[in-house]
Design a protein around this ligand. Structure first.
Ligand code: HEC
Length: 103
């Protein structure tokens, strides 16, 4: 029984640490800040994860690459398929393209 309750409290702990879902009507920028900035930097300039902004590898990649990476994860990056719906994913990619193009 002790092992079961340890597993249970561990999963509760993980649930409370999860980044959660952004509000349904969150802008692309808000979604980025909430889910991505801590690893990729507030301005997409990189941090513990690669830069995503203007001149980066991601700027040359297709929308499909960005969407696939966000929804499936890549290497040490987690998947966000349980945090984002299709509209939010679209807004997030549009925001990243705006920053990459210097808009
Ligand atoms: C926990 C840290 C972390 C978070 C949060 C995170 N990423 Fe990542 N991301 C990474 C790491 C690490 C890589 C490099 C993975 C590899 O190639 O092994 C990466 C790679 C990427 C790549 C591919 C970059 C390239 O040049 O190949 C894209 C695009 C990306 N992340 C977008 C995002 C977006 C958008 C979000 C928010 C929804 C996000 N990431 C959240 C850690 C993170």
């Amino acid at each position: 029984m002790r092992r079961l309750s340890a597993a249970l409290s561990m999963s509760l702990l993980l649930a409370s640490c999860s980044v959660g879902r952004p509000p349904e009507d969150a802008s692309g920028e808000e979604i980025y800040s909430q889910l991505c900035a801590r690893c990729h930097g507030a301005d997409l300039g990189g941090g513990i994860a690669p830069e995503l902004g203007s001149g980066s590898n991601s700027a040359d990649e297709s929308d499909e690459f960005l969407e696939f990476t966000i929804m499936n994860g890549r290497g040490r990056m987690p998947s966000f398929s349980s945090s984002l719906d299709e509209d939010q994913l679209d807004r997030l990619v549009v925001f990243m393209r705006e920053v990459q193009s210097g808009a």
